[in-house]
Design a protein around this ligand. Structure first.
Ligand SMILES: [Fe+2]
Length: 271
């Protein structure tokens, strides 16, 4: 980010905050309380949580404006170089990975095509059956339910994993106290994290939510968008269960990704 951009943003933010203070007649006591909350987020290890809950979804919405292809959403955290560790296999996530390309037609005009893409890298991570993340929550095996795969020769992918419950953000720190003061709950709907990686098109970070899931319309981070919600299908067919070697009903989720050239621009901008 250039110094000119930083100057323009900070000065505008300063103006907005000063107007806000004047509008609400913010007292010095209230001002000091706000700084204590902000400093407290760092001391509590929540240096990004408070801002992610209230602001991050807007930043990804702005990035999605005018784009084609799959939408991006909250970025989430780190990826493991290992395969998924499966503890309760009950959910099958599958779909296609396609790439938007432009070719010159015989008339010399660019022709848009969307084709399956073989070998597209997918990073996947999620909470376990108790709603806990490895490498974040204590007591969970390192890199549990984090892994990387590639789409196959047909540009499709499939992962067998567990169905996570709604996710409860940490509620005992400053972020939780702010949400409590606002009368809000601490939950986001159940979701799977996915990051697509292409050497030229860059990365696409997304989350997949489940239709009719709890908190879908009241996500604590306000991140749910129509294009991110997939149908969850319960399968009790004995033949299908037998074919997969399962004794209990399982769930199927399909989500198709489209990676467009604009993601390459985003990757360069971030770098
Ligand atoms: Fe998550």
């Amino acid at each position: 980010m250039s110094n000119d951009r930083v100057k323009a943003l900070v000065e505008d933010l300063e103006r907005l905050l000063l107007d806000f203070m004047r509008k609400h007649r913010i007292t010095h006591e209230e001002y000091r309380l706000a700084t204590v909350i902000l400093v407290g987020t760092v001391k509590a290890g929540e240096e990004s949580l408070l801002y992610d809950v209230f602001l991050e979804a807007e930043a990804t919405d702005i990035g999605n404006d005018g784009r084609e292809g799959s939408p991006e959403v909250l970025k989430g955290r780190s990826i493991s170089p290992t395969l998924l560790c499966l503890r309760r296999p009950m959910c099958f996530l599958s779909g296609s990975t396609r790439l938007v390309t432009f070719c010159s037609s015989t008339a010399g005009l660019p022709t848009r095509q969307v084709n399956p893409w073989q070998g597209l890298g997918l990073d996947l991570w999620q909470a376990d059956a108790e709603g806990l993340y490895s490498n974040i929550h204590p007591g969970i095996p390192d890199w549990n339910l984090r892994g990387q795969i590639r789409s196959d020769a047909n540009g499709t992918y499939e992962v067998q994993t567990v169905l996570p419950p709604p996710y409860e953000i940490p509620k005992d720190g400053p972020t939780g106290r702010v949400l409590s003061a606002l009368g809000r709950h601490f939950f986001g709907p159940a979701h799977l994290h996915v990051k697509l990686r292409h050497p030229s098109y860059g990365e696409l970070t997304s989350q997949i939510y489940f239709r009719d899931g709890q908190y879908l319309n009241s996500d604590v981070a306000s991140a749910v968008r129509d294009g991110l919600v997939a149908s969850l299908k319960r399968n009790e067919n004995p033949e299908d269960l037998s074919a997969k070697g399962l004794s209990l009903p399982y769930y199927e989720v399909r989500y198709d990704f489209v990676l467009a050239p604009h993601h390459a621009h985003d990757a360069r901008r971030v770098a």
